[in-house]
Write a protein that binds this ligand. Structure first.
Ligand SMILES: Nc1ncnc2c1ncn2[C@@H]1O[C@H](COP(=O)(O)OP(=O)(O)O)[C@@H](O)[C@H]1O
Ligand SMILES: [Mg+2]
Length: 465
C-alpha cells in the first residue's frame, strides 16, 4: 500500500508534469513529508531557471529571425544571460583559416581594460582549445593564476589574468558537427564554475551555435548590403549627372530650334512682305543657328563617346612643327575678321606619339577659345616645345584671364563662365571638358596659368612617346 508521502509525491509529479513534461526523475524519492518542502523549493527553483533559459533563448531566436547582427545578438547574451550563467566577461572566438587560427571576434567585460579583445588571433594547433574541440566538452578552469603558473607560455591566459579574470568556462560551438568557435564565460572570482554551468551550457549550446552561424551569415549579408547601398548611391549620383547633362543639352538645342522655326514661319509668308535683304539676314541667322547646333551635337556625341570608354586612340608619329604650323594657319584665317593675330611663337621639330585627330581637336579648342574670349585686335601666341621625354603645348592670350572661382569649374561639362565671346561666337561649355579627356587619354596633363585681367596661358603636356 503506498504511503501518504508517496501519494503526495505522485500528486506533485502529476501536477507539474501536465505543464512541464515528465519530472518523475527530477523529483527525488522522499523519505518523509518534511523533506517535501525543500525538495519542492529546489524543483521550483530549477523550473524557474529553466523557464528563464527558455525565455531568453526564445527572445534570442526572435532576434535572429528579425535579422539582428552577430554583435547585437552577443550583446543581448551579455546583458541577459547572467541569470543563467555567472560572468564578468564573455568572449567569442571563431575558428578561421580552415581550422588553423582562432580569432577573437567579440568581447564584453565589466572591466574596461580588455586586453584580449576582437582581432586577437592565435594558432589553434597545439593550444589547449584544441583539446576542447577533440572532447567536445566545456572546460572549467577555476584558478587561472595557478593555471598560468603551470603554463607560463599561454599568452591568452596571461592577457585574461591581466584583465582581472580568475576563473573561466570555455565552451565549444559546433555547427553540423563541425567546430566553429568558442564562447568564454569568465569571472573575477576563483571557483565560479561547476558542472551545473557546463551542463547548462550544453543545453543551450546547439542554439547558440546556430545563432553564431546565422549571425555570421547575417553579418556577411549586411556587409554585402552596405556595398550594394554604396553602389546605389554612386549610380544615383551618376544618373543625376546624366539627367543634368541631358537637361542642359536639351536646353541648348531648344533655343536655336525655336528660333529657326520662327524664322522659317516668317519666310513662309508671301514674298512681297519682306525685303530681299531681310530675307537673306534671316537665312543667314538660320544657317548660323544650325551651325551652332551641329557643333553642339558633335561635341555632345564626343563627350558621351569618350565617357562610355570608347575613346580609342589611333596613335601615329605626329611631326610637330608641320602639325602646329597647320593649326596656327587655320586659326589665323578664322581670327582675321576679328583683327586678332595668331602666331606660332616657338615649335621644336620632332615627333609626338599621339592620335592626330584628337590632338588637333585639343589644340583647336585652346586656340579658338583664346581668340573667342580675347578682345578684337589682340594677339594669341602658340608654342610647342619638347623637353626630355615630354612635349608642352601652350596657347597664351591677352583676354580677361580666369578668375579663381571660374577655375574650379573650368574643365567641367557645360562650364560657361564669366568670360563671354567677344565677337558673337557660339559657346557650348564643352570644349575644355573634351580637351581634358583627350589629354588624359594620352597620359598628359592640361592646366592653365592665369592672372585674372592679364590673359590666360592654357597648356598641356604629353609624353613624347
Ligand atoms: N582663354 C580663355 N580666357 C578666358 N576664359 C576662357 C578661356 N577659355 C575658356 N574660357 C571660359 O571657360 C568656359 C569654358 O570653355 P569651353 O569649355 O571651351 O567652352 P566654350 O568655349 O564652348 O564656352 C568658357 O565659356 C569661358 O567662359
Ligand atoms: Mg571652347
Amino acid at each position: 500500500m503506498p504511503s501518504n508521502d508517496d501519494a503526495q509525491r505522485n500528486h506533485v509529479v502529476e501536477f507539474f508534469s501536465t505543464r512541464h513534461g515528465d519530472l518523475s526523475s527530477t523529483l527525488p524519492m522522499l523519505e518523509t513529508a518534511s523533506e517535501l518542502e525543500p525538495a519542492l523549493r529546489d524543483l521550483i527553483h530549477s523550473l524557474t531557471l529553466r523557464h528563464r533559459e527558455i525565455q531568453e533563448l526564445d527572445k534570442l531566436t526572435l532576434r535572429i529571425t528579425a535579422g539582428a547582427l552577430l554583435d547585437d545578438i552577443l550583446d543581448y547574451v551579455y546583458t541577459h544571460f547572467d541569470q543563467i550563467i555567472p560572468y564578468n566577461r564573455i568572449g567569442l572566438a571563431l575558428i578561421e583559416d580552415n581550422g588553423q587560427t582562432v580569432l577573437s571576434r567579440w568581447a564584453r567585460s565589466h572591466h574596461d581594460n580588455i586586453r584580449l579583445g576582437p582581432g586577437y588571433a592565435a594558432p589553434l594547433e597545439g593550444s589547449s582549445l584544441q583539446t576542447i574541440i577533440q572532447t567536445g566538452q566545456p572546460r572549467i578552469i577555476n584558478d587561472l593564476e595557478r593555471y598560468l603558473a603551470d603554463k607560463p607560455e599561454s599568452q591568452s591566459t596571461r592577457l585574461i589574468v591581466a584583465e582581472g579574470i580568475r576563473s573561466s568556462l570555455t565552451c565549444p560551438l559546433n555547427v553540423n558537427g563541425l567546430p566553429v568557435g568558442f564562447i568564454f564565460f569568465s569571472s573575477d572570482t576563483p571557483n565560479t564554475y561547476s558542472a551545473v554551468h557546463s551542463d547548462l551550457f550544453l543545453r543551450i549550446a546547439d542554439q547558440l551555435s546556430i545563432i553564431v552561424d546565422k549571425g555570421n551569415l547575417v553579418s556577411e549579408l549586411a556587409a554585402h548590403q552596405n556595398e550594394i547601398e554604396r553602389q546605389n548611391v554612386e549610380l544615383r549620383h551618376l544618373n543625376e549627372l546624366k539627367n543634368e547633362f541631358v537637361g542642359m543639352a536639351a536646353h541648348d538645342l531648344r533655343n536655336p530650334i525655336a528660333s529657326i522655326q520662327m524664322m522659317a514661319q516668317l519666310l513662309l509668308e508671301p514674298l512681297d512682305w519682306m525685303a530681299d535683304e531681310d530675307r537673306r539676314g534671316l537665312l543667314q541667322d538660320m544657317l548660323s543657328q544650325t551651325q551652332h547646333m551641329l557643333a553642339l551635337l558633335t561635341e555632345l556625341l564626343d563627350v558621351t563617346q569618350i565617357e562610355s570608354g570608347r575613346l580609342d586612340l589611333n596613335l601615329r608619329q605626329v611631326q610637330m612643327d608641320a602639325f602646329m604650323a597647320r593649326a596656327v594657319k587655320r586659326h589665323t584665317q578664322l581670327a582675321a575678321p576679328k583683327g586678332t593675330q595668331v602666331i606660332l611663337e616657338a615649335v621644336d621639330s620632332g615627333y609626338l606619339n599621339a592620335d592626330p585627330v584628337r590632338l588637333r581637336q585639343a589644340i583647336d579648342n585652346l586656340i579658338s577659345n583664346a581668340v573667342k574670349y580675347s578682345p578684337a585686335g589682340s594677339t594669341v601666341r602658340v608654342s610647342a616645345r619638347q623637353t626630355g621625354a615630354e612635349w608642352r603645348v601652350s596657347v597664351r592670350d591677352e583676354g580677361p584671364g580666369i578668375t579663381p572661382r571660374d577655375r574650379e569649374r573650368l574643365f567641367q561639362d557645360f562650364a560657361r563662365l564669366s568670360a563671354q565671346p567677344t565677337g558673337g561666337e557660339s559657346s557650348t561649355g564643352l570644349g575644355l571638358a573634351i580637351t581634358r579627356r583627350v589629354v588624359d587619354a594620352h597620359g598628359g596633363v592640361l592646366d592653365v596659368d592665369s592672372e585674372p585681367g592679364s590673359g590666360a596661358d592654357f597648356w598641356f603636356t604629353l609624353p613624347a612617346s
